[in-house]
Design a binder for this molecule. Structure first.
Ligand code: NAD
Length: 370
């Protein structure tokens, strides 16, 4: 039986509630499978700013780096909104991604059949279900490019002084593009074998390089069909024909935006898991797509399923226990089929509304029955 070290970063808002639930589920996995999980809880985000004066203390980073995988709740909240960029809670996420060299972010947008009517899209658009994997480049592009803010001495054509001027630079190298494309094409091989590369090649030089590299890499995956799509069109097609999308591969910023849009199609951001991966053998980071939901924090009503499903991805990708991962996913499906819901995914007329702890117990019960 194997032994795994899992670094747990509860973070802020509902983060501690959803990670606590997920640890309970992982303990049930340990009990049943015989594999041993040791959990090391560390601070990052707003709570780390309040306690240690910085969003990502070195000690937290060390524990994360030495782990087999990192489970993260969420960071941020209005309390820290006025802090400058590098001191904000979200800087912890960027720091973890950079230090763990997590260059691929996989976000699944699955519309569970039981929640079909929760989708804001017309029933005829989602009748075949939705199952989209968004592969987002995570350590390059505009979020990590050069940036600056300085007074400009220029004027607009009408003579108005420009005042302060800011810039953020988008940069991508061939090597960065190639490795993320390979994650996308490899993932597509295990799915419906279709890749959509989303860019803005009619405007951006970086996008034109993405296309060039795609043309070079794609022949290595002859079974996978691929297409290019401008990001503005992709944002429309996600609403018009989401069922036809399989794997979307795109840059950091476009992926950030499109994955939230795809998430909304599924009806609840509280259901969406994500995995961030680096080179094989290094710890991956697993977290729900949603944020810290300060509006419902501490009320015991947060939906833990996105974090629990993220742990299922952890079992698959980092711990080499795909069968246990599949069982967790099945348990979540069984709980939904039985009509149990947290408040965020409740449908008209449904009355089985459970809190965070109760729905977690249902998942564990369902898992133990499998
Ligand atoms: P959010 O995802 O926290 O919340 C958006 C809405 O969805 C809220 O109404 C919230 O109550 C609801 N919601 C989210 N997760 C839920 C869940 N599990 N169960 C039930 N309802 C849920 O997004 P936001 O309000 O834009 O951001 C709040 C804070 O979170 C901000 O400080 C933001 O920077 C931060 N944030 C962090 C991450 C992260 O840690 N990865 C991601 C996004 C936002």
């Amino acid at each position: 039986m194997a032994k795994f070290n899992i670094a747990v970063i509860p973070g802020d808002g509902i983060g501690p509630e959803v990670t606590e639930s997920t640890i309970e589920v992982l303990k049930a996995v340990s009990k049943r499978s015989g594999h041993e999980f040791s959990f090391s809880e560390v601070m990052a985000g707003g709570i780390a700013i309040d306690t240690c004066g910085e969003p990502l203390p070195e000690s937290s980073l060390t524990v994360a780096k030495e782990s087999d995988a990192v489970l993260l709740g969420a960071v941020g909240g209005p309390k820290w909104d006025d802090l400058p960029g590098k001191s904000r809670p979200e800087a912890a996420l960027l720091g973890l991604r950079k230090e763990l060299a997590l260059y691929a972010n996989l976000r699944l947008a699955i519309l569970f059949p039981e929640l079909k009517s929760a989708s804001p899209l017309r029933p005829d658009i989602v009748e075949n279900g939705v199952d989209i994997l968004i592969v987002r480049e995570l350590t390059g592009g505009i979020y990590f490019g050069k940036r600056g803010l300085a007074p400009s001495d220029e004027c607009l054509p009408d003579g108005t002084p420009k005042g302060l001027e800011a810039f953020d630079v988008e940069t991508y190298s061939e090597a960065e593009i190639e490795r993320i494309l390979r994650v996308g094409f490899t993932s597509a091989m295990q799915r419906r074998k279709h890749v959509t590369v989303v860019d803005k090649a009619n405007i951006l030089e970086t996008s034109r390089l993405w296309r060039k590299v795609t043309e070079r890499v794609a022949p290595d995956y002859p079974e996978v069909a691929y297409e290019f799509m401008y990001v503005d069109n992709a944002s429309m097609q996600l609403l018009r024909r989401p069922s036809s999308m399989d794997v979307i591969v795109t840059s950091n910023m476009f992926g950030d935006i499109l994955s939230d849009e795809a998430g909304m199609i599924t009806g609840s951001i509280g259901m969406l898991p994500s995995a961030s991966l680096g080179t094989p053998g290094t710890p991956g980071m697993y977290e729900p797509v949603h944020g810290s939901a300060p509006d419902i924090a501490g009320k015991g009503i947060a939906n833990p399923l996105a974090t629990i499903l993220s742990a299922a991805l952890m079992l698959r990708y980092s711990l080499g226990l795909p069968e246990e991962g599949a069982k967790i996913e099945q348990a979540v499906r069984d709980v939904l089929s039985a009509g149990y819901r947290t408040a965020d995914i409740v449908l008209n007329g449904e009355t089985n509304i459970l809190g965070t702890k109760e729905v977690t117990e249902k998942v564990i019960e369902a898992y133990e029955k499998l």
